[in-house]
Design a binder for this molecule. Structure first.
Ligand SMILES: Cc1cc2nc3c(=O)[nH]c(=O)nc-3n(C[C@H](O)[C@H](O)[C@H](O)COP(=O)(O)O)c2cc1C
Ligand code: SF4
Length: 402
């Protein structure tokens, strides 16, 4: 391990690092403007909010958009129930996130920086508020905080723009994308808080330094949340390319035998433990295996816990959390969730399973945002990983705490 980067510095238990300490420890960023965009492109940094989109490409698109001075949205909604990494980062290294945000504003000549934080993440919000008060007057003048409602879809980029514009955190269903026309019609860069913290370090140490961490061909480090059946659940910074087994070992190992791992959170995939251990935490490598790094959740399912019941619970959550505006969510996710619940409650039923397999093919690619696609990818992985459990499920839903 090359060592911590985002989480280097004072002990996390000591809370938010002050501006004075942060500046003394890291010095001032050296790159901005075109040089920073090029460094981001060659670093290979990808977004950490779930989509793993190349950061340099997105900044180039916003810089090239011709319609007025852009807006930067700092996405700290962190609506994924299993993920804690963004709130830990904001609570302990707020100036790293703000550095990235103001570097983006400076580089893109943005008129406004909007810090969008989940309303339930009170400690993170307070730390970011205090950190903002420590910044320069010119930075404070263009920045404001906006609370994100506690909804799964509130962190989706167009939902964030819609909330900022109209107070409604549902994704808008019409094009164009936010980077072309977002807040107040201006090109809008929506970037996850962890992504911006990496930007702050690349602006100091460069793209080659970013790539100097990483294993098995992957670049950089990433924050992950290790949850479920491990001895020490929590947030870790690992080198990209670290295997799931190595990450779980860093969480002091599994708390007992594991049957599967949920990789990437609720938009991710269940993978049988034997296969999951060797998979690398790297967006590109996981994609070649048909999986998704998402927001870096590694959820270990203990052998005694029912995968079908957990799948039914999560599908119900995802169906209820959609904004119910488009057919694939309003009809599709609801029907899929109901079928999963019936299997969990009343026991295995071949017709229900056949229906699920038919429907998961019909839902993707038809919503205005990726919510139904993520939910269906999750369900498909459950049908494959827990095929035997679905086929032989007993007639009672084992209520298991989340
Ligand atoms: C339903 C849904 C929920 C999302 N929630 C979040 C979130 O809580 N935080 C986040 O950073 N990105 C979230 N995203 C991804 C954002 O739409 C967007 O891609 C991201 O903020 C861009 O930043 P990044 O490129 O730095 O990851 C969500 C996407 C979807 C489809
Ligand atoms: S696809 Fe689903 S979550 Fe996304 S905008 Fe449509 S109804 Fe809302």
């Amino acid at each position: 391990m090359t060592g911590l980067r985002l989480l280097a510095g004072p002990d996390l238990a000591s809370g938010a690092e002050s501006d004075a300490n942060h500046s003394r420890r890291l010095g001032a960023p050296k790159l901005s403007g075109r040089a920073l965009i090029e460094a981001l492109a060659s670093s290979g940094l990808t977004g950490r909010g779930g989509g793993s989109f190349p950061v340099g490409t997105k900044w180039r698109a916003v810089a090239a958009a011709s319609k007025g001075s852009p807006v930067v949205v700092v996405n700290g909604a962190e609506g994924e129930p299993q993920s804690h990494k963004d709130r830990v980062l904001m609570s302990t290294r707020p100036h790293l996130v703000l550095d990235g945000a103001f570097l983006a504003a400076h580089t893109l000549r943005a008129r406004e920086v909007i810090v969008y934080i989940g309303e339930e993440h009170r400690a993170a919000r307070a730390a970011m508020d205090r950190a903002l008060a420590e910044r320069t007057e010119s930075e404070r003048r263009i920045a404001r905080m906006v609370g994100a409602p506690q909804r799964y879809v509130a962190g989706e980029s167009r939902a964030a723009v819609h909330l900022i514009e109209a107070g409604v955190a549902t994704p808008t269903t019409a094009p164009p994308r936010s980077h072309e026309r977002g807040v107040a019609g201006a090109p809008t860069l929506v970037q996850n808080v962890e992504t911006l913290a990496h930007v702050a370090l690349i602006a100091r140490y460069g793209d080659a330094w970013f790539r100097s961490a990483g294993r098995r061909g992957a670049a950089g480090t990433l924050l992950i949340t290790v949850a479920g059946g491990v001895k020490r659940p929590g947030v870790l910074e690992v080198e990209a390319g670290t295997t799931i087994e190595e990450a779980v070992a860093m969480a002091d190992g599994p708390s007992g035998p594991a049957s599967a791992v949920l990789i990437g959170g609720y938009f991710g995939a269940w993978v049988a433990a034997a296969k999951a251990w060797e998979l690398p935490l790297d967006a590109a490598a996981l994609k070649t295996e048909g999986f998704n790094l998402g927001c870096g959740v590694v959820g270990v399912l203990p052998a005694g816990r029912c995968g079908v019941c957990d799948t039914a619970r999560i599908m119900r959550y995802l169906a209820e959390e959609s904004s119910a505006q488009c057919g694939p969510c309003f009809f599709g996710l609801r029907a899929l969730s109901d079928a999963c619940s019936r299997i969990a409650e009343r026991g295995a039923n071949r017709d229900e399973i056949a229906r699920l397999k038919r429907w998961v093919v019909e839902v993707p690619g038809r919503g205005a945002c990726r919510h139904p696609d993520g939910a269906v990818m999750f369900l498909r992985s459950a049908l494959a990983t827990f095929a035997d459990e679905f086929a032989a499920h007993p007639a009672h839903w084992r209520q298991q705490p989340a």
